[in-house]
Design a protein. Sequence first.
Length: 364
Amino acid sequence: MRNILFILQLPPPVHGSSMVGEYIKESFRINESFNTRYINLLASKNVSDSGKVSVGKIIAFISIWFQLLKELIQNKPHLCYLAISSTGAAFFRDVLLVILLKVFGVRRIYHMHNKGVKTHGKQKLYDFFYSFMFKDTDVIMLSEYLYEDVDDYVDKQQVHVCPNGIPETDFVESVQSKDVSLLYLSNLIESKGVFVLLEACRRLKNRGLDFKCTFIGGEGDVSESRINQLIKEKGLEQQLVYAGKKYGEEKEQAFSKADIFVFPTYYDKECLPLVLIEAMQHRLPVVSTYEGGIRDLVDSDETGYLVEQRNVDELVEKLEALIINKSLRIEMGEAGRKKYEARFTLQKFEERMTEILTQVVKKS
């Protein structure tokens, strides 16, 4: 049995990459197929701390580096899986880890949970290190739409597509309310479309539509006080509520109460958001954007709608179409559920990941 060392992100904090890391670490199929070892790459304790450099993070990285050195000497992995960051301080942290892996001659496979290589590669420093990092390695992408981000450095034959998948949940009985319920569930980050959605809700109210919109998620660059201030300024106290973080059964209840899932992201590192798969799993029509690999998830006019980033007018139009048409909501939600079952279950993810790792480890 071949030895694979996984260097990945594990919660906390809770976000897409750390949840996928948890799914891999807990996967019976993956752990039965290989001799596995794990190193947690995350040093941030919350989302707002992500991307920031601190003394604590530097100390944590030194510990990770020595953990890696120990693994390379004692367990001699045939393959190293690395959940690589594409930009910022985290990318240069990963460069230092890859230098060590190259010194020991360990084959690498990178799992790309974010993007930004195409734009940052225009800078000489990044271009140099991207060429170094991606030489003689395989790459796992979440969607074929994301290959263009790395096509300057990675041959397509080295790319493996593995969409995210999520476990089935114990559904909470659906709760019907008088008003149509919109749900935003993600961290409060401006580029995730928080302010765009607030403005869309203001316009929907002005059109005389009856709806409620719930924001759920941890504070990012938008604070609880800021979002509550904007709700008040826009006169949306009767329509909007920020409910904070929700996990487990409370999160399931939020999905059960919702009629429409809305995620107007323009986050430039967005790839394949797990939360959209969760919405499809719960039979919700999804209104989102063309960012990243979202086109692989949402079939516009079939399982929901895709709109241009930051286009409030288009967002309002699509939300109104769903608010006033219950049968359309149900039809799109059922189509999304079927697509989830066909492509985005945790079992499908584990099968594909095991297949990729088996193929790549044979090269070592």
